[in-house]
Design a protein around this ligand. Structure first.
Ligand code: CP
Ligand code: NVA
Length: 289
């Protein structure tokens, strides 16, 4: 395993399988693996799942979590990410960071000798993709040959991490988006602009916000251009009968997903959220030495 988890591409297929195996083992366990160790969690954007699941994961492994908002750190007053890394590595054993800029996280990892984990940047959300694949594997038994359709903003962080990882497991990856919102990473996926065509035969339907954190200025344009990609009952009916619906949350009900679908029988979104905890325990145990 590499020192850091910055992109889902930092993990080989074997690494991901190792994480899943360990997540299965640790899901109901408390260990002392991080006893005497401290992990700093830095958030430049809001978070419910990532913040709480990482804190709880660290607690389950016997370690100490130090959660910090950007503005309570000197980072908020202009101290550089590099100087912050040089200081924190002398105090803590790992850094989990959510930052608007992916480059900040990459720079922090270059400077720090301790592991740095990307807790979401504008480019990727690798911890989410791990929980997503783990959830699909849990519900569908295997990933190979399954068709996943990602609907909406193809250029967002969760979609990027998912298209980069799903193909490694032999999944058929389809992104259904308008031409202004195609993925910005190179991977093996097909674009099908028409959502009704895209969802045919899908095993997994996945949606995320049409307006991600930091993109509020484009809200009107995005909602207008992406409105046909809302995951509603009419679209779900066109997929396989046993299709599962995933969403990383937070959901904007009535925008990218209807309440009927997110609360319906195909939805596995809360198991998916729970799996953030199990997979993060495994990530921490494998990265923090
Ligand atoms: N899915 C996810 O990362 O949620 P939060 O923004 O609440 O952490
Ligand atoms: N794409 C969303 C994911 C939130 C977990 C965002 O960046 O806001």
């Amino acid at each position: 395993m590499k020192k850091d988890l910055l992109s889902i591409n930092d993990l080989s297929k074997a690494d991901v399988e190792k994480i899943f195996k360990l997540a299965d083992k640790l899901r109901n366990k408390r260990t002392n693996y991080l006893k005497g160790k401290n992990v700093a969690l830095i958030f430049q954007k809001p978070s419910t799942r990532t913040k709480v699941s990482f804190e709880v994961a660290i607690n389950h492994l016997g370690g100490n979590a130090i959660s910090l908002n950007w503005n309570e750190l000197q980072l908020g007053r202009g101290e550089t990410i590099e100087d912050t890394a040089k200081v924190l590595e002398r105090y803590v054993d790992a850094i989990v960071i959510r930052d608007f800029y992916h480059d900040h996280i990459v720079n922090m990892a270059k400077i720090a000798k301790i592991p740095v984990i990307n807790a979401l940047s504008h480019l990727e959300h690798p911890c989410q993709a791990l929980a997503d694949l783990y959830t699909i594997r849990q519900k569908k038994k295997s990933l190979k040959g399954k068709k996943i359709v990602l609907l909406g903003d193809g250029s967002n962080n969760t979609f990027h991490s998912l298209v980069l990882s799903s193909e490694k497991f032999g999944m058929e990856v389809v992104v259904s988006c308008s031409k202004n919102y195609k993925p910005k990473v190179k991977a093996n996926y097909k674009i099908v602009e028409n959502p009704k065509e895209a969802v045919k035969g899908a095993d997994v339907l996945y949606v995320d916000s049409f307006v991600s954190m930091g993109e509020e200025a484009e809200q009107e344009k995005r909602l207008r251009e992406l409105r046909n990609y809302q995951l509603n009952s009419d679209l779900v009916k066109l997929a396989k009968k046993d299709v599962i619906v995933l969403h990383p949350l937070p959901a904007h009900r009535g925008q990218e997903i209807s309440s009927k679908v997110i609360d319906g029988k195909s939805s596995v979104v809360f198991d998916q959220s729970e799996n953030r905890l199990h997979t993060e325990k495994a990530i921490l145990q494998l990265l923090v030495r």
